[in-house]
Design a protein around this ligand. Sequence first.
Ligand SMILES: Cc1cc2nc3c(=O)[nH]c(=O)nc-3n(C[C@H](O)[C@H](O)[C@H](O)COP(=O)(O)OP(=O)(O)OC[C@H]3O[C@@H](n4cnc5c(N)ncnc54)[C@H](O)[C@@H]3O)c2cc1C
Length: 409
Amino acid sequence: MRIAIIGAGAAGIVAAITAKRLNNDLHIDMFDANKAIGKKILASGNGRCNISNTQVSAANYIGEDSSFVEYALKNFDFKAFEKFCKSIGLLLDIKETNKVYPLSNEAKSVVNLLSLTVSNLGINVFTESLITSIEKIDNKFNLKTADNDYKNYDRILISNGLAAAPQLNANESGLEFAEHFDHSINPTYPSLVGLQTDVTYHSRMQGVKKECNVSLYIDGKLESEIYGDVLFTKYGVSGFAVLDISQLAAQALSLYQGVKLSVNFFPKVNRADLANQIQSLFKALPEVKAADLLIGMLSNKLPSVLLDICKIHQDTKAADINSKQIKALSFQLNSWKFKVTDTQGFKHAEVSGGGVRTAEVNNKTYESKKCNGLYFAGEVLDIVGHRGGFNLQFAWASGYAVGQVISKK
Ligand SMILES: Cc1cc2nc3c(=O)[nH]c(=O)nc-3n(C[C@H](O)[C@H](O)[C@H](O)COP(=O)(O)OP(=O)(O)OC[C@H]3O[C@@H](n4cnc5c(N)ncnc54)[C@H](O)[C@@H]3O)c2cc1C
């Protein structure tokens, strides 16, 4: 039996290894547009590769039907993943946060060991081979690249991801292939990405980083609240809390909904207590400028922006700030609002949301419900995970599910 795998990322590689181990008679050709396999794995986790998470469930995923992931995650749970890693010689480091990294702390070890296994199993790898079309004629699939035709495959796996990180050859050709076989697509959007905001003072806040509470409002309704790092940038906001919240924000933007963020710089202190703290600070040193005193509780760059927003002159002495102005300052610090205008785009996103509609794919076999012999795995499907190893875990698990199925005669 001849099998073609389009895309040698996490999903495609695990599918190939699993299938070949279960049925050594298979002829497997794996194609990738890049010069080497596993490029995105290499870039993951800042080169450290947050490879998985010990606590994975459907609740960690977003998509039209996130319960689609349940079977694959159970079929290839963390224990099964750990066993797979051991089988290729890869040892893992499980952190207290449940995030999992290679023990070597290098994504390179993951890719090297996967490549070695692929090669030892006799899986054919065609790099720098961007597939441009797939046709099905008389129950056989034929593929084309710009230079070559590859013919007579019994089964095809589309595991070529989506558009996040186009600098790594990421693209949406998988969606074109899916549409060619009558599949429908949910709109794609950059996810785990910085957010652009509409304020004029970005450059003055640039570089400020603080643990804050971030609330996301979609069409005026509170949708999510996250505590964590917020980094102010020249375009808007980033940092872990923003990346996490970006998933819902970007999805809402793709649906043309109104998106706002409210950042609380002092989530552990209520507004009245914060006002009291500012007041005592000002009372203690009344002759000092408020802008200078506020540096005692805020990052250097914040006080001047804060005073401007609260319409207080930069040279005002602490003694001259009245109680109404103090209330305004504490209100602003507790709920600093930004309108989100856009994301930083696919180039800066870790993953892509949207994709091939899961309703048209079997959730156990990952075979297309529209075309026999056609399979999908990984990011190309309308499933996107939270930050923390969940995206790679879905890629491994869906690849494993496909590998088990395509190995059978
Ligand atoms: C910078 C960055 C950091 C990340 N960090 C993490 C992390 O720490 N933890 C985590 O869980 N997730 C992380 N992710 C996300 C994770 O890497 C992806 O979700 C996962 O790799 C998707 O796997 P995949 O196999 O579905 O697709 P991909 O890994 O995208 O593989 C698809 C492959 O298909 C190839 N391809 C595309 N089109 C064609 C075509 N027409 N013909 C031939 N080949 C084609 C591409 O070159 C690519 O190699 C990160 C992503 C990025 C960009």
